[in-house]
Structure formats: C-alpha cells, structure tokens
Design a protein around this ligand. Structure first.
Ligand SMILES: *Cc1c(COP(=O)(O)O)cnc(C)c1O
Length: 351
C-alpha cells in the first residue's frame, strides 16, 4: 500500500448520484454532473454513464477530451479565444458570455462542419462570469442568432460562487424574466435553462418554472447543499477520505529554540509555548493540500502547520499511543478533494 492516498468509494458516489438525480427529477429538473473536482477520472465517470446522466460538465478541456461517454460534454469555464478549435472539437456545448468568442466558435465549428451549442451565461448579481442582467441582451441574442454554426441552446446563471449570492426566489426571478424575453424574441423554447449549482438544494421549492437543469458537483461528492452547508437526506459526506503515514513521532518543546527569522515560505511564524508535546509528522504537504482543509478523524489531534512536504500534528491529547508507520485518517472538504485529486503524489485508491 502506498501513502498518502485518497480513498474513493465508488458505491457511495453512485448512491449520491442516484439520490440527487431522483431529488431533482421530482421537481422536473435534469442534472449536469460536474466532474472537475475529481479530474474527470474514469471510475467515477463510469458511474455517471451507468446512471444515464445526460450531460457531463467540466471546466477543463483536458478533462473533457479524455472523458468517454454517450452523454453531451459541456465546457463550464468560458472558452478562451485561443482554445475555440479544441472547444468545438472536444465538447458539444459551452458556456459563454463574450460575443467575440462566440463568433470565433462559429468560425471554428464551420471549419469542422459542425454546429456548436452554447449556453449564454447571465450574471444576476454574484459577479463572476456572465452578461450583467441589466445589459441589452436582446441585441446580443440577435447577433448570436445570425451565426450559422452556433445554436443558442440555453441560458444559465451562476450563483453562490464569487459573491456568495444565494439563489433566492427574488434572484432567480431575474433569470426567469430574461428567459421569457429571449424566448419571445427568438420565437421558440430554449432547450436548457441552467439555474445554478449545488447551492440550489436549499431553494428547490421556489425554483422558477423555466429552470429545467442544474449543474451539480459538490453535492455529489460531499452530499451537501452549498448555500448553508447542510448534509442532504440519505447522502454520503465521505465518498472521499484521506490516509497519511506518520514518518516521525517525537516529544519536543512546543516553542522553537534560537533566534527566529523567516520560515520556508518567507513569513515570520508565531508560536505559543505549551511545554513539551508529542508531535507527529506525516508525509504530505502544501504541494498536495492546504492543511486547513483536512480534519483528523481522531478529534484529539490538532494540526500545527505544514511545509512543502510535511504536515506537523500535535497528538499529545489522543487516547491512542501512536507510533511511526501508523496511518492517520482525515475528513475532506471541497478544496482538499480538489487539490488531493490533482496532486500526482497522492495515490488514488478506488474501493
Ligand atoms: C464548478 C461549477 C459548478 C458546480 O458547482 P457545485 O457547487 O460544485 O455544484 C457549476 N457551474 C459552474 C460554471 C462551475 O464552474
């Protein structure tokens, strides 16, 4: 066995996928499963395929390129001008907000003899990507409609991301209003109205009627909605766990000895003198994860800090007599799953 490793329960993920799909279906809402947090790795993509998820979405072209699926592939991050050709080649649908990019996508699609679908992103106040909802959208829609190799497939919005804006009824009405205007203008129903992400589970009962799809990442891996962080009924919050190995265990003073200058990251550290403590070092560091985003399963352990390749823990208060070679288990957050899955130094262990 190789440590550190991240354990990934395929069956717990499947259960979350099934339950969330059913939860949304009850409200007549479809699901785009977001694969970026686990780098679109095959064992979990296979689950999404087996559970007949209609759309697989990721923010990285590299991930979308390698995904094998019958589902539609969706690029979540706005395409860059330099990547329009790859976008058209490796995805079916992309989220967009810049006409210049959409025009280039159309040219690229024409050269490949394709029609590329886009979801126009409307910013309803969270202030990350999207056309601000008070802008003249009519003009933009008209110009998009004139492009031969682009299909305006839908509208979408992103909330609870940069600004932490909640998808309340009032906020979602701003999108609803624009959907009605655009559908009147183009004289057809939009195929897809993508009303946000995992934060919507706290507001499912008030979602406006036109919203027929959500883009779900975190709820599938952590079993929770992201407006308030509540675990959803019947879902697993431990699809992913971390195990790391103790490589040193020693009694040492808690206050460094000698004159104090900068640490390995150019900062002057501060310490509290708590007398002699039992300290453990695990073989995992800043290069793999931010120690603030992992929680030891043994609640009597506290994390003191980390350097590039080491995390230092205080195990004095634990009831367990730890020794070198012992394995410590940690609960994970969205941020730590993201960075651990991305680190080539962390073993991915599917169970
Ligand atoms: C990552 C991402 C999502 C998924 O959000 P979760 O909170 O993980 O469900 C949805 N939309 C966009 C545009 C994203 O980049």
């Amino acid at each position: 066995m190789i440590f550190p490793r991240i354990n990934i329960s395929v069956e717990k993920y499947r259960k979350n996928v099934k339950n969330i799909k059913a939860m949304l279906a009850k409200e007549s809402i479809g699901m785009m499963a977001v694969t970026k947090v686990f780098c679109a790795e095959k064992p979990l993509v296979d689950v999404l395929n087996e559970e007949s998820i209609e759309y697989l979405a990721d923010s990285r072209l590299e991930n979308l390129k390698k995904i094998e699926t019958e589902a539609s592939k969706v690029l979540l991050r706005l395409p860059s001008l330099s990547s329009v050709m790859e976008t058209v080649k490796y995805t079916d649908i992309s989220l967009n907000s810049e006409f210049e990019t959409i025009e280039k996508l159309s040219k690229a699609a024409k050269s490949l003899n394709k029609v590329h679908k886009i979801i126009l992103v409307i910013d309803v106040g969270d202030l990350r990507e999207g056309v601000y909802y008070k802008e003249n959208i009519k003009n933009l829609v008209k110009k998009i409609d004139n492009l031969h190799n682009i299909e305006l497939f839908g509208l979408g919005t992103n909330v609870t991301c940069f600004g932490g804006v909640l998808p309340t009824q009032e906020t979602m009405q701003k999108l609803e209003q624009i959907v009605i205007e655009v559908e009147t203008q183009i004289r057809r129903k939009l195929e897809l109205v993508s009303g946000g992400n995992s934060s919507q589970f706290a507001f499912l009962s008030t979602v406006p009627e036109s919203i027929n799809n959500l883009r779900i990442g975190e709820a599938l891996v952590l079993g929770r909605e992201t407006s308030y962080g509540k675990i959803l009924d019947g879902l697993h919050d431990d699809v992913f766990t971390l195990e790391a190995e103790i490589i040193e265990l020693k009694k040492k003073p808690s206050y460094p000895e000698g004159e104090i200058g900068m640490n390995a990251f150019g900062k002057i550290p501060e310490f509290k003198d708590r007398g002699t403590r039992i300290r453990a070092i695990i073989s995992l560091g800043k290069q793999d994860v931010d120690y603030k985003d992992v929680t030891p399963q043994d609640q009597n352990i506290s994390i003191l800090g980390s350097s590039s390749d080491h995390i230092i823990l205080d195990v004095t208060d634990s009831e367990k007599p730890y020794k070198v070679g012992d394995i410590l288990t940690f609960k994970l957050s969205y941020g730590s799953i993201l960075s651990l899955m991305t680190s080539p130094y962390v073993e991915k262990n599917y169970v």
